[in-house]
Design a binder for this molecule. Structure first.
Ligand code: ADP
Length: 372
């Protein structure tokens, strides 16, 4: 059996999955948490030894690692060498919370599975197809260059999986499709995809830009930061405020979509405002990307909120029949774990729900790298 061992290594946890490459079935999986805390694995190497035990002698054909930031250097999944490790370490300047944790997982896996190929699959790689006008910020060019400031985009692995699945659901080649994909989880972004290539995306240099998220603000006027700085707030405080205490949590007091929708239904005015801001932003990007793409064949929803929240999808697309987007209310409200069409037969633009599967996409890309 050909298997891929998929590793998503965070600062204090390692999520893993063993995938049968031929059937694309998940054979086993788990999560090691609280790495570094008392009573748990001391470090990533020890956590990996534990996972090795759980694999029970299974020898994976390839190990695929999620890596958040590939900067300008990585446009596709890449075989891990010492040079690639060094590059991921260098790029930690752009993702200080994520890349070091991803690298710890890579190093632990290389040590624990000698002789097995490791592949790095980057969240940013899919968006390296953006044109300069889409990725350039309108700031001083030399400064931007010196600090690697540009739009990189994230959730790329999810977009690749979902775009391919949407094409098969529509029964059309991906190369002929214009798609607008909303990846709405705790972190959220939206991407305009033309012929399988990312042409615009809402997250930027960091995963803070764009849509309203559970605890992140998404787009704000950068002038707000100067205003708050002059009022005495420090940089670490501003970082915490925008990344951890904003978004749905900041406006409505609750960061979890299910919980805040329940609070709004119960009459909580702040929760209702937070949701209205969230929906307003979704519609802002939908309009923008329809124009950037010159129309669309389908609008696709994925990740925790996108897959499960019928009210969110309904709010994002309300009143757009004039544009050719007509949601089938019954289909939208039906609970399902399958990829499905939720627009009416008359809708010129299809609306789809496609459950994402980043682990499977990492497994596919990793096998493709070692096969090449
Ligand atoms: P992450 O970005 O951490 O991977 P997920 O993709 O799992 O997050 O999405 C988590 C979000 O999905 C949470 O805000 C959660 O409330 C929301 N969610 C899950 N199920 C539902 C549901 N039935 N209705 C509304 N929101 C939901």
């Amino acid at each position: 059996m050909i298997t891929a061992f998929v590793v998503n290594s965070g600062s204090s946890s390692i999520k893993w999955e063993l995938v049968d490459v031929d059937t694309e079935r998940r054979l086993r999986g788990g999560i090691v948490e609280r790495i570094g805390e008392a009573g748990a694995a001391a470090d990533h190497a020890q956590a990996m030894e534990g996972i090795l035990g759980e694999l029970g002698g299974e020898h994976p054909s390839v190990i695929g690692h999620r890596v958040v930031h590939g900067g300008n250097e990585f446009t596709r999944a890449t075989l891990v060498t010492d040079e690639v490790e060094a590059a991921i370490e260098r790029l930690a300047a752009l993702a200080p919370l994520h890349n070091p944790a991803n690298l710890a997982g890579i190093r632990a896996a290389r040590a624990a599975f000698p002789g097995v190929a490791n592949v790095a699959v980057f969240d940013t790689a899919f968006h390296q197809s953006l044109a300069p006008e889409a990725y350039t910020y309108a700031i001083d060019a030399e400064l931007a260059d010196a600090h690697s400031i540009r739009r990189y985009g994230f959730h790329g692995t999810s977009y690749q999986y979902v775009a391919a699945r949407a094409a098969s659901l529509l029964g059309r080649p991906l190369e002929q499709l214009k798609l607008i994909v909303f990846h709405l989880g705790n972190g959220a972004s939206v991407t305009a995809i033309d012929g399988g290539r990312s042409v615009d995306t809402s997250m930027g240099m960091t995963p803070l830009e764009g849509l309203v998220m559970g605890t992140r603000s998404g787009d704000i006027d950068a002038g707000i930061l100067f205003h708050l700085g002059r009022a005495g707030l420090t940089l670490p405080e501003l970082d915490t405020i925008l990344n951890r205490r904003s978004g749905l949590l900041g406006v409505g007091g609750i960061g979890d979509m299910r919980d805040i929708q329940a609070a709004s239904l119960a009459g909580d005015a702040a929760a209702t405002l937070a949701l209205d801001v969230y929906y307003h932003r979704l519609r802002h990007y939908l309009g923008a990307y329809l124009v950037q793409l010159g129309g669309a064949d389908a609008v696709v929803f994925t990740a925790g909120v996108g897959e499960n929240s019928a009210p969110t999808r309904a709010a994002a697309l309300a009143g757009l029949d004039w544009l050719g987007i007509s949601l089938d209310t019954f289909a939208n409200n039906r609970t399902s774990r399958d990829a499905r069409v939720i627009s009416t037969a008359a809708s010129a633009i299809s609306v789809l729900v496609v459950p994402t599967n980043e682990e499977l996409e990492i497994a596919r890309q990793s096998i493709a790298v070692v096969a090449a």
